[in-house]
Write a protein that binds this ligand. Structure first.
Ligand SMILES: Nc1ncnc2c1ncn2[C@@H]1O[C@H](COP(=O)(O)OP(=O)(O)OP(=O)(O)O)[C@@H](O)[C@H]1O
Ligand SMILES: [Mg+2]
Length: 357
């Protein structure tokens, strides 16, 4: 087995068609040889959200082109690839199937191992593309579909400490942005709106802030924003509401991260460690600032992926592929896509009205 294996990663779980080639390195930090991402924002913009059928069609149209682009950019001959890794879940089944089948066919034709990857594990290990991190570490995964605190104990070994009991944080950003008249996906733009507003103008709720450990809830914020938007007219008031929303989220994450760090220390019998914040929302500058503050206060080392590795990309899928390749954790070609794949398979389902915290 090569000391410097080359992994081709494929990501098509939602609305990004992405292919990347990375090469393992004896330093422990792999080299990203190429990382091509084709976003479908323009396809879905007019619908205000991702339309699965259109997303799948777009993946089908583009996957060959993107794979070819990634290969050319990497300057690697196709027969030098050691393994092919593709996202197997969670995500939209019609989208996952495109990348998964393309990956299986490519692996079979090259006669190399095929590796199915949990998309969330991709986010969890994305920082390993930049630096070495010792297990266990605390992870806050904040993305379009998930918001969870996890103790990452090793490859494939996750212990969920807390989760959102309703909306994911990215979803809350996108829904609030929509109410403020910002185009999909509104998260990044809402942040720039917030920078022009008064964060103390509107008081927004912080659901379950004093209970439920490090579990989180964001749905109540969207409802409060909806109520306020009915009574505001000026652009400045929209900036103020965005700023108030941003401030409230920062506060919630600060408090819940403090609890999560304490729980992490307790279950792992440690006094300090690394706190990795990953997923699309980890690109948010205000959130980064506040989470650096709480990390320093608790003597934790805050680690964020580069902005271009926060959102969906295939380098993070190849990263998981590389880790699995090293321990020969391969999949058969009959592996099915699983839209509900979880990180901690033993964690309780905590969603919906009447959930007991
Ligand atoms: N600067 C930002 N501030 C707030 N939210 C942001 C920012 N940048 C991106 N986002 C949000 O991140 C989300 C996209 O993240 P990501 O691509 O990781 O999610 P996903 O892949 O759709 O969901 P999952 O990974 O849970 O399956 C969107 O909701 C987007 O609005
Ligand atoms: Mg994602």
């Amino acid at each position: 087995m090569s000391e410097k294996p080359i992994i081709l990663g494929i990501e098509t779980s939602c609305d990004e068609t992405a292919v990347s080639l990375i090469q393992g390195d004896t330093s422990g930090v792999p080299k990203i040889l190429s990382n091509i991402i084709s976003s479908q924002v323009d396809v879905h913009k007019e619908f205000g959200g991702v339309v699965p059928e259109l997303a799948a069609r777009s993946h089908l149209e583009k996957i060959h082109l993107i794979a070819n682009k990634a290969l050319v950019k990497s300057k690697i001959r196709i027969d030098k690839i050691s393994a092919v890794a593709a996202t197997a879940g969670p995500g939209l089944i019609v989208c996952l199937t495109v990348g998964l089948n393309f990956g299986k066919a490519l692996a079979a034709s090259l006669n190399v191992p095929f590796i199915g990857v949990n998309h969330l594990e991709g986010h969890a290990l994305s920082t390993k593309l930049q630096k070495k991190i010792e297990y266990p570490y605390l992870l806050l995964l904040i993305s379009g579909g998930h918001s969870q605190f996890l103790s990452v104990n090793g490859l494939g070994k996750y212990n969920r400490l807390g989760t959102t009991i309703d909306d994911a944080l990215g979803e809350a950003y996108d829904k609030t942005a929509k109410l403020l008249g910002i185009e999909f996906p509104g998260g990044p733009k809402l942040e720039s709106f917030a920078e022009k507003g008064d964060p103390n103008k509107f008081e927004l709720p912080k659901p379950i802030i004093n209970k439920g450990g490090c579990n989180m809830s964001f749905a109540g914020l969207k409802t409060a924003v909806l109520r306020i938007t009915k009574n505001i007219n000026s652009v400045q008031e929209k900036f103020d509401l965005a700023a108030s929303f941003q401030k409230t989220i920062e506060k919630i994450l600060y408090i819940k991260s403090k609890i999560a760090i304490e729980e992490f220390c307790k279950i792992n019998s440690v006094k300090n460690g690394s706190f990795v914040i990953a997923g699309g929302v980890a690109a948010n500058r205000g959130i980064r600032k506040r989470l650096i503050e709480i990390s320093q206060k608790k003597k934790f080392n805050p680690i964020f992926p580069d902005i271009n590795l926060c959102g969906d990309n295939a380098a993070m899928i190849a990263m998981v592929g590389l880790e699995k390749y090293k321990v020969k954790n391969f999949d058969n070609l009959d592996l099915n896509a699983n839209p509900r794949l979880a990180l901690d398979k033993n964690a309780k389902f905590l969603k919906g009205a009447g959930v007991k915290l």
